[in-house]
Every structure is written in C-alpha cells, then in structure tokens.
Write a protein that binds this ligand. Structure first.
Ligand code: DHB
Ligand code: FE
Length: 295
C-alpha cells in the first residue's frame, strides 16, 4: 500500500525560484534564506519519495479566471512549466502519476469532496518553486513524479480552513488506500504573511506566522477554526494561502516528528516559512477498512 513518509510546508514566492535560476543564492540578500533550507534539503534528499502530492494554487497564470475550481487534481501524464510572462523557468518538465491521480479523484469524490480534474495543465511558481525548495539541482528530471492538487485561494469565496483540514484527512486516507507500494510526500505551499497590493501591501505579521508554524504541528484544529477573514486580517490578502498547509497537515498522521523549520523576512515583500515533518504512519488498515484502534 502507499504511505505518506513526510510533509513539507513551504512558501512559494516566485523570486525564490528566480534567485536559484539566476544563481544568486549566495548573494547577501538571499544567503540567509537558503541557509535556512539546508538541513531540510539534506534530510529530504536522504528520504526520497516516489511521488509528491503538491497542494498549491495557480495565480491566474495557467488557469484563467473564467473558471476557478475550488479544489482540483491534475490527472495528466506530464505538466509543462508555465510561462508567467518572462519565459518558462529553466527547470524540468513535471512528470505526473496519473494512476494515483485518478485514484485520489475517485476516493475523494466518494468521500463527498467534489474535485474538478485537469487533464491538461501548465504549472506555475506555486508548484515549481516548492519543488526547487525540495530539490535545488534536479538536472534533467525531478526526483519524483507529481500529483498537483489545486486550491482556489485567489477568488472570494475561498474554501474554509476547516474544509481544507478535512480534505487533507480524506486525502491521507485516499493515499493510504492506493494498492501500490509507493512512498508519498505531501507538500502544502504558499504563505506566510503577505499582501502584494493595496494599502496594506508588504504586511508582515511575525507573531501570527510563528504561532502558525508551531500550531500546524501541534494544534491544526485551532488553525482550522479561523475564518477566511481571520486569515486575511492577520496575514494579508495572499496570506490566506496558508490554508493549503492544512491540507498537507491533514494528510499526515498524528505520529509526526518535526525535522526542521525556518522563518525568514523578507523575500520580495513576503515572510517565508518552511516546516518539514516526518510521518511515522497510521496504524495498519483492518479488513473493514478502518484503522486499528479506531473502532
Ligand atoms: C509573491 C508571493 C507569492 O505567494 C506569489 O504567489 C507571488 C508573489 C511575492 O511575494 O512576490
Ligand atoms: Fe502565491
């Protein structure tokens, strides 16, 4: 059976990708941020997943505003890197895991999450920057296949944080019911506090970010109780991207170890956070499909 081996929460600020693409990571502006990733990168390189489920949002780059699905999963064999206006990032094409994608769509729809499907999709910085945070030097190919899971965080009304945590829990069950022996990593991307436009542009709320970095491990239900307005008020209009971390957290068991985290201000105008959790796993499923000790 498939198992979730780790979860990574990480900001996806596009300039982090640009700094890597233009070899600026040792510049004084960028070095502290990239130094902060080093222990997590080393650990992830030693614990390679077969496939990554990357929870992210498109930023009206590859998916137009004419149709904005609340939740969607990519089911393609491969995903081209999106051209966001200045050419495609010089990173490998993203190879899909269509059988796992189809399984997840079916299981989640059966669990009453009405997931849209992308049979064709270009992936923007929301997905490629987290892959670069995981794997800075992929060469010709990323080290794992990818299932993109898209969330609407850009158009009102975004899904509630509670719905995202519930989706994550259903996602974890769906992954664990996939019959192949796959090692799966789950990425929750976006955040931390940021607002890109308007009177509060550049807003950074470090106490909120620090609380969130801690509670994503210890008390995700507290984070799930916050409204979308709470997120926007505390963390800025784009800070609501943090609800995607709750999908990652929901997919993990409660037997997790924090391997590393890092927090840095700023990249662009945004607070950057990352937190890596090893998942020691759920108890095995019984024949009835319930987890042992849960009945
Ligand atoms: C920035 C951050 C984002 O999350 C994003 O999607 C685009 C831009 C920024 O801080 O520049
Ligand atoms: Fe974003």
């Amino acid at each position: 059976m498939a198992e979730v081996i780790w979860g990574l929460a990480t900001s996806h600020v596009p300039s982090i990708g640009a700094a890597m693409d233009h070899r600026k990571t040792a510049d004084p502006y960028w070095k502290p941020l990239f130094d902060g990733y080093a222990p997590a990168r080393e650990w992830m390189a030693a614990h390679r997943p077969d496939v990554a489920v990357v929870v992210y949002n498109d930023h009206a780059n590859a998916v137009g505003l004419d149709l904005v699905p609340t939740f969607a999963i990519g089911t393609a064999d491969s995903y081209d890197v999106a051209d966001e206006g200045w050419g495609r990032r010089p990173v490998p094409q993203v190879i899909g895991a269509p059988e796992l994608s189809e399984h997840l769509v079916r299981e989640l729809v059966d669990a009453s999450f009405d997931i849209a499907t992308f049979h064709k999709l270009d992936v923007d910085h929301g997905l490629t920057v987290p892959l670069s945070v995981y794997c800075p030097d992929p060469g010709d190919a990323w080290p794992c296949t990818v299932v993109p899971l898209l969330v609407n965080v850009i158009q009102y009304p975004q899904p509630t944080a509670a719905r995202c945590l519930a989706l994550g829990r259903a996602l974890g069950r769906a992954i664990r019911s996939f019959p192949q022996d796959l090692k799966v990593a789950v990425f929750g991307t976006g955040g931390m506090s940021h607002q890109l436009a308007g009177a509060r542009a550049g807003l950074i709320n470090t106490p909120f970010d620090r609380m969130f970095l801690e509670a994503i491990e210890t008390d995700p239900d507290r984070l799930a109780a916050l409204s979308r307005e709470d997120y926007i008020r505390a963390a800025g209009t784009e800070g609501i991207e943090l609800i995607m971390w709750l999908i990652m957290r929901g997919a993990l068991s409660d037997r997790i170890t924090r391997i590393h985290d890092t927090y840095h201000v700023p990249a662009s105008n945004t607070a950057v956070g990352a937190a890596l959790f090893q998942d020691h796993g759920h108890p095995p499923m019984t024949e009835e499909g319930t987890e042992e000790g849960m009945v």
